[in-house]
Design a binder for this molecule. Structure first.
Ligand SMILES: [Zn+2]
Length: 427
């Protein structure tokens, strides 16, 4: 590789092991819980102050007016940019700073970030403060080893990925900050394993189905019309027709795990009748409304209009067959699937870095769930984007989440090599 001593770069990253551990711990100890979106400002300023000392120009962005933004919980983002010695492409590392709720079942303190047996434990350790720390160390080591690089390097810490990314990457993409032509290549260090390149994700359609009934005294249900029984009829059709149909749809996308290589549908929730917010006993009532929230994940081979029609056709056919059946179907949220070509420069650069560092070919994967790549692709019009980072995907959002220090070191080496290739057009 031109003008880069790879062994020296690897040695330099290994020499930063303690610094990497401290940085990861410092990040985990800022409890950026989302919801509500706490301590974003502390986290972005912590990152900004560190990178400013390394010659980066720092910009802070508050995504005013986006969901959840308030003076108490401002949706804060940071973008750090460092120009090279000559003009050239811009390589951007994007990490979300927010973490999901702690939940039950922890044996470790979720915000103590303890180092035990080569692992750092904590909420966000793998998703994705470990990846963020690894990318920062990769870039800092690269700058020391190759200060005369061409192009520009950017590192961002963004808000709200766990709640859709509207106060984070989507906002910055709309502003033209995380978009073409300002940026050429993006690596998102989400926890997909150090030997895998994540090309994209499946699509999402969330919707609410409401069945309608007629309220009456519970002792005389024949005078009313039970919305819950109508919903049971919907469920029966799902079981008999929709789930088998979805299981028959297979994708050529390399989705992991295997179970997600087909279309899936989760029933998120069902609410029927009066809510149990009473003291004492409930009133005797026939439910006049029942609502179901569905989470349909679809494949790149599927068309969103067809995905929706499968459900609406099923409801229409029930309406024509079942007495007094009436319903409403409401869209809640949708994301189109995205998948970067394997021949794209960022894929090739990271894959060759994996081969160099780990001595084996990279595995190409697609994520079962979405992440911020959707906004970079659709709003930012930038398709040269992947997810690559340390940590095990299935640990994300779990109790006793952790990241392995060795994995962070290896992936930092991969990221630094990929950075060099992308800056100098060596893919
Ligand atoms: Zn994540």
């Amino acid at each position: 590789m031109t003008d880069l001593n790879r062994d020296a770069l690897a040695t330099r990253i290994e020499g930063k092991r303690d610094e990497l551990i401290t940085l990861t711990q410092d990040l985990i100890r800022i409890p950026t819980l989302n919801p509500p979106g706490e301590f974003y400002d502390d986290c972005v300023r912590f990152l900004g102050e560190r990178l400013e000392k390394r010659g980066f120009t720092i910009e802070y962005f508050r995504a005013e007016g986006t969901p959840g933004d308030s003076d108490r919980y401002p949706r804060m983002n940071v973008v750090a940019r460092r120009e090279g010695a000559a003009p050239g492409p811009c390589v951007h590392f994007n990490s979300h700073i927010d973490v999901v709720a702690v939940g039950q079942g922890w044996r470790q303190d979720p915000f103590a970030a303890e180092l035990i047996g080569g692992r750092i434990y904590g909420r966000g350790a793998c998703d994705m403060k470990g990846g963020l720390a690894a990318s920062v160390i990769a870039v800092e080591a690269y700058l020391e080893e190759n200060p005369d690089y061409a192009g520009a390097i950017e590192i961002s810490g963004t808000a709200d990925e766990e709640s859709g990314g509207y106060g984070g990457v989507a906002y910055l993409a709309e502003l033209g900050v995380m978009a073409r032509p300002r940026i050429d290549h993006v690596i998102i260090p989400e926890p997909l394993d150090k030997d895998r390149v994540c090309l994209g994700h499946r699509g999402v359609w969330w919707a609410e189905i409401e069945t309608k009934g007629h309220i009456a005294h519970g002792s005389m249900p024949f005078d009313g019309d039970c919305a819950v029984r109508h919903m049971a009829a919907v469920m029966q059709r799902f079981e008999a027709e929709l789930f088998p149909l979805l299981a028959s749809k297979r994708t050529s996308m390399p989705v992991v795990p295997d179970g997600a290589k087909q279309s899936t549908l989760n029933i998120n929730a069902i609410h029927g009748g009066e809510a149990e917010e009473f003291e004492g006993l409930p009133a005797a009532l026939v439910p006049d409304s029942c609502r179901m929230v569905i989470d349909r994940r679809f494949l790149i081979e599927e068309d969103l209009a067809v995905v929706k029609r499968e459900v609406s056709d099923l409801l229409e056919s029930l309406k024509s067959e079942r007495e007094r059946f009436d319903y409403a179907l409401r869209d809640l949220f949708e994301v189109i699937p995205t998948m970067t070509e394997e021949s794209a420069p960022v894929v090739q650069a990271v894959a060759s870095g994996i081969e160099d560092v780990l001595g084996k070919p990279a595995t190409m994967v697609v994520s079962p769930g979405t992440y911020d790549q959707k906004h970079i692709d659709r709003i930012g019009k930038l398709s040269d984007c992947i997810a690559y980072g340390p940590g095990i995907l299935t640990l994300a959002h779990q109790p006793d989440e952790y990241v392995e220090v060795d994995d962070m070191i290896d992936s930092a080496k991969v990221m630094a090599l990929a950075l060099h290739k992308l800056l100098h057009g060596l893919t």
